[in-house]
Write a protein that binds this ligand. Structure first.
Ligand code: HEC
Ligand code: HEC
Length: 210
């Protein structure tokens, strides 16, 4: 019940805050969903050769393995259109070389790989992951990202096992508005109410989640 009230409140805040600038050019029409679903993983495997130099275990760039293809596709489109700005600009340049079909294909390939996993056994020091915070009208992270941080259809990403440094940086970017490609400002509104300390704890929690 509590969760329902929180989400209903959040919904109202979202409508009130919706700005004129669209946060993303991606609209999840049945045609778009079908297009991403039919991505060719074999062609995606050829393309991933250009990604693996940056997306691997040796650096702080995000893991892509096991991520929802629809989420990956949306991010690539957002980098290409400029709705999401990579502070290093690497991804904006990279995405501008990809066609819609390439994006669906590489998303299909990564989506089929085994996700990175944490070791499990972590503790949520903020209390927000499963319960949210009624005083701040902060919804539980798990209400959207799933009970194991596994992500949910269509565009809510997997967080479990993601690199802590990346999670922290991207939450800080939602908080200060430099990442603004979340439709209906869902993540910006949530991150704005978190302290830097809570963001660090949440990032560490999800990185360790199995
Ligand atoms: C030169 C390095 C570089 C290359 C090459 C590169 N990336 Fe990235 N990628 C990054 C960085 C850095 C980020 C994080 C940027 C940010 O914070 O917005 C990123 C972020 C992403 C994200 C967002 C992940 C998330 O969880 O939101 C996706 C999706 C992505 N890259 C896909 C790809 C794909 C697909 C390729 C190959 C076609 C590729 N990248 C090649 C550096 C690179
Ligand atoms: C109302 C649903 C909702 C709730 C609640 C929610 N999220 Fe999200 N989250 C999303 C959506 C949707 C996205 C993708 C937005 C986009 O396209 O940029 C996202 C993106 C993220 C990302 C970016 C991941 C990546 O790979 O770049 C992080 C990190 C994140 N959320 C953490 C959290 C945390 C921590 C909480 C709890 C404090 C939380 N979220 C609560 C819907 C939600």
């Amino acid at each position: 019940m509590m969760k329902f009230i929180l989400l209903a409140c959040l919904g109202m805040t979202l409508t009130a805050n919706a700005g004129a600038e669209p946060s993303s050019q991606v609209a999840w029409t049945p045609q778009n969903l079908d297009f991403v679903k039919k991505g060719h993983a074999d062609h995606g495997q050829e393309l991933m050769g250009t990604c693996a130099g940056c997306h691997n275990e040796t650096n702080a760039n995000p893991n892509l393995e096991g991520q929802l293809p629809t989420y990956l596709y949306k991010q690539l489109q957002d980098y290409k259109s400029g709705s999401r700005k990579d502070p290093t600009t690497a991804m904006n340049g990279m995405a501008s070389t990809l066609s819609d079909q390439d994006m669906a294909d590489v998303a299909a390939w990564y989506g089929r790989q085994k996700p990175m996993r944490g070791k499990g056994g972590e503790e949520d020091l903020t209390g927000i992951v499963y319960r949210g915070d009624g005083k701040r009208m902060e919804p539980a992270c798990s209400s959207c990202h799933g009970n194991s941080g596994q992500g949910e259809k269509v565009d809510t990403p997997r967080l479990a096992g993601q690199k802590a440094a990346y999670l922290e940086n991207t939450l800080l970017a939602y908080k200060n508005g430099s990442r603004a490609n979340d439709i209906y400002r869902r993540m910006r509104l949530i991150a704005a109410k978190l302290s830097a300390e809570e963001i660090k704890q949440l990032a560490e929690f999800y990185a360790k989640q199995d």
